[in-house]
Design a protein around this ligand. Structure first.
Ligand code: G6P
Length: 605
């Protein structure tokens, strides 16, 4: 949700900022811009659209200067045009902003003498800083006073002619990291953006303010106390953020699933006893009264799948909710409740706010995140890391399946601790999880049938996904993936609900994807398949050998998957729905890694 970068201390500042912005493009790609400070002038270049537009623009209009800031935008206030592109500047101050200024209109009214050039909420920050500078404050005090006036969430980078050897970084509700170079210093919305320049970073805490000079940084906390922030060494390999031989990050990330699932399992399972090992969790499991799970998008669907596992094996009531809904419900949360927050980025504001609410209400906070340094991780009582590695494609794939794997192990761990699961049964279920990487590789080696189905649905307007039990959330995920990257409208229902409404849509045009492995509910799914077929509907069946034998030709297309333990079906059946969306999008020629209007990290409400 907007990415920001700051660089100080190198004559290559503009090109480093451009490279950093490319790595932040997953946060938004509506417009981009860079401002540098050069010999007492602020120079800016901005372009609507993707960073490649800005890059072309910079080839003929290069920017020089030892100090600079840059931005890639996901529009919230005002259209995605050049006027609204960051950095905003009045010639004396330039600012890039990630987040939302909730009281911008009130501030804008107060500053009505200023010349506003954009319709963004962010530009008010520039004029506020200049207001204080013009009344004699130095840049740091002017920024502090400005910060005190803002309501909302923001990560900011500020430069000014008044102190042309400084970049100011401010973080409140949106993340910011400082990178340490050789005499150079960097600021970025995440550490991935800084990776090509440095592996040494510090993360700002919420409310922090930092002052970057060439070769040094000072941090101040929300009470304006000079504080130290730990310098961490990044262990991520810079090549993990490249596409390698794949055409898209999404396909690369789909193919990484066998390995990242293996890595995630290895960290959570005792391989000698084949049992779950989450002893690092400091929760009184026997006393647990309820589990509340919150996430958004795919993370929410991973939570929905786990509800079936927690209830089946750990015999514990579970409530799963979407972050944006959870926060505005007034729900009684019990004593000794466990609240689980699932997030790839660990920064999704709709997930973070419910976390804070649950904390206030005395819940034990456990987060399952892919970014261990994220705000959600930092604010949790315990964290389980999914070891998916950096996920760049906007449509989540490997993060989603590693979230499910983690939740599966957690469900088994809690089940055993509560004496609802024998060691033998746990070993059987853990073995099923351990077999996943191999079975996923089998699917990846036989993608022809999926590609063929994609060619049949690419021109349709609508697709319906149906699934039962713990596979129902995979139908939801399948529909989400198709919508996100191919722009085909798709909906998902629990198969049994079809007769209560969507059945009216069935005709010879509507493709209906059934997630129907041969499990204990297969006979029920088969009934639904028959109902569709009887009405001349187009059945695309995702099932295994045993299931396919029982289909009796009711299907138009069949995507056959390896036989697996019922427990892991939701994880395994995620693969064909990811691939179906991917191939359909390839045939439609859409921008798969950066679908229109979406962003990977959504840090606004
Ligand atoms: C965005 C992404 C989705 C993702 C959701 C939650 O909407 O496009 O792919 O599932 O955010 O993100 P999180 O980082 O919290 O998992």
């Amino acid at each position: 949700m907007c990415g920001i970068i700051g660089v100080i201390g190198t004559s290559h500042s503009a090109s480093l900022i451009l490279e950093g912005l490319k790595r932040l493009e997953y946060r938004g790609y509506d417009s981009a811009g860079i401002a540098t400070l050069d010999k007492n002038t602020i120079n800016r270049q901005r372009s609507a659209g993707k960073i490649s537009n800005l890059e072309k623009h910079l080839e003929t209009n290069p920017l020089t200067g030892l100090i600079g800031i840059g931005h890639t935008r996901w529009a919230t206030h005002g259209p995605a045009n050049e006027e609204n592109a960051h950095p905003h500047s009045d010639g004396q101050v330039a600012v890039v902003h990630n987040g939302i200024i909730e009281n911008f209109q009130k501030l804008k009214d107060e500053l009505s003498d200023c010349n506003f050039e954009s319709t963004t909420d962010s530009e008010v920050i520039v004029h506020l800083i200049s207001y204080y500078l013009d009344r004699g404050d130095n840049l740091i005090d002017a920024c502090r006073k400005m910060k005190a006036r803002l309501k909302g969430s923001f990560a900011l980078a500020v430069i000014s002619l008044k102190e042309n050897d400084t970049v100011i970084g401010i973080c409140q509700g949106s993340p910011l990291a400082v990178g340490y170079g050789n005499g150079e210093m960097y600021l970025g919305s995440d550490s991935l953006a800084l990776l090509p320049m440095t592996s040494k970073v510090s993360y700002l805490s919420d409310g922090d303010f930092c002052i970057l000079k060439s070769g040094s940084v000072q941090f101040f906390n929300s009470e304006n106390k000079n504080v130290k922030r730990e310098i961490k060494e990044l262990s991520i390999d810079a090549s993990s953020v490249s596409k390698g031989s794949f055409d898209h990050f999404m396909m690369k990330e789909i193919h990484e699933q066998p390995q990242v699932i293996r890595d995630t399992l290895n960290a959570l399972i005792d391989s000698s006893s084949r049992t779950s090992d989450l002893s690092q969790l400091n929760i009184d499991i026997n006393d647990l009264s309820k589990i509340t799970i919150v996430g958004c998008g795919s993370a929410y669907y991973a939570g929905l799948v786990s509800k079936y596992w927690f209830e089946e094996y750990a015999k514990i009531p579970v409530e799963v909710d979407i972050g944006s809904e959870f926060r505005y419900r007034n729900h009684p949360l019990p004593d000794k409740g466990l609240a689980i927050f699932i997030s790839q980025s660990g920064e999704t504001i709709d997930t973070l706010y419910p976390l804070r609410l649950c904390k206030e209400k005395g819940q034990y906070i456990l987060s399952i995140v892919n970014s261990p340094e994220s705000t959600i991780a930092r604010e949790s009582d315990s964290v389980i890391k999914t070891l998916a590695g950096p996920e760049i494609g906007v449509a989540s794939t490997k993060a989603f399946t590693t979230q499910m794997v983690t939740l599966a192990v957690l469900a088994l761990f809690i089940a055993r601790k509560r004496n609802h699961l024998s060691e033998k049964k746990e070993q059987e279920l853990v073995s099923a999880l351990l077999e996943l990487p191999e079975k996923i590789s089998e699917i990846l080696n036989a993608q022809d049938s999926i590609n063929k189905v994609a060619s049949q649905i690419k021109d349709t307007q609508n697709v319906l996904y149906l699934g039962r039990g713990h596979n129902y959330p995979i139908a939801l995920e399948g529909a989400l993936k198709l919508k996100e990257i191919s722009y085909i409208h798709a909906e998902a229902y629990a198969s049994g609900e079809m007769k209560h409404g969507p059945i009216a849509l069935i005709d010879s045009h509507l493709p209906i994807v059934f997630i129907a492995p041969s499990d204990t509910l297969f006979s029920k799914s088969l009934t639904n398949i028959e109902q569709v077929s009887a009405r001349g509907g187009r059945v695309i069946a995702l099932t295994d050998e045993a299931g396919s034998e029982k289909l009796n030709g009711l299907h138009e297309y069949l995507i056959k998957l390896p036989k697996a333990h019922e427990f892991v079906h939701p994880i395994l059946y995620s693969l064909p729905v990811q691939l179906l969306a991917y191939y359909t999008a390839v045939l439609k020629g859409t921008d798969i890694d950066q679908p229109k209007n979406l962003a990977k990290s959504v840090t606004v409400e």
